[in-house]
Design a protein around this ligand. Sequence first.
Ligand SMILES: [Ca+2]
Length: 252
Amino acid sequence: MRKLARLTLITVVLALAAAAGWAQQTMAGTRNLISEANGGQIVKFSSQLVDENGQPIAQWAATNLIDGMYVVGTHTPENSYGWCSQNVPSPAEPEWIIFQLPEARLISRIVIDPTTDDPEWLGRWVKNIRLSVSTQSADGPYTDVGSYLVMRQGIKQTFDFTPREARWIKLDITSNWGSDFCVGFGEFEVYEAVLGDDELDQLISRLDTLLLELKRYRDSQANQQAEANTQAVTAPPAPAAPAPAAPVAPAP
Ligand SMILES: [Ca+2]
C-alpha cells in the first residue's frame, strides 16, 4: 500500500512537472516487467489462430508474446512461433491484447519484436499500434499513451513515452503489412521508468519553489481578508437596534 502511495505521488509529481513544462528525462530499467518469468500475464485478447476444429494452435498462441522466446534468423523455437490472430485488423476493428503486470508500476518503454515464423514478405507482421494503460482494471478505464508504427524489419523496436502508472497495458493493433490472413508478432516487453537521483532532486527543488509560491499566495489572500475585516470594524457602526426588553423576574 505504501508503495502504491509512493507511485501515486510520483505520478502526481510527474503530471505537475509535465503541466509546468519542465523538461524531464527518465531512463528505462533493464528488467522486462511483462515477461512470464517475471510474473507478467496476458489476461484477455481479441483472437488467436485456431485449427479446423476451433482449437487454439499452441505454436501461435497469444501467450507466446511474453514467453521470452524469439524467432531469430532461421531459428524458430519449436513451440513458439509468435502470436497470430484469427482476424485481419483494421482501425475500426483492431485486434488487441491486454497484459497485466504483477503490480502497478511506473513504465516508460515498450519493446516489440515483430518477428514470427511467418516470413516478413507475407505481410502479416504488426504495423500500426495504439498503446493505453489502466490502473483500475483489465476492463479499464484506459488512458491513451500513444500510437506507433512498427517497422517492417525483423528487429526489436523500442518505443519510449512519458512515464505512466500502469497495472494493465492494452495494445490495439490496427494494421498489418498487407496480409488478408492475420496479424502477428513475436514478443512484447515493458520497462519501468527509472528516476535518477538528479531527476528527483530537480523535481523536489521545483516542488519546493512551487510550495513556497502557494504559501505566499495563501498568506496574501489571508492578509487581504484581514484588511477587509479591519475596514469593516473601523467603519461607523450602524445605529443599534433597540434591545429586546428583559423578562421581569416575578417579585418574591
Ligand atoms: Ca515469443
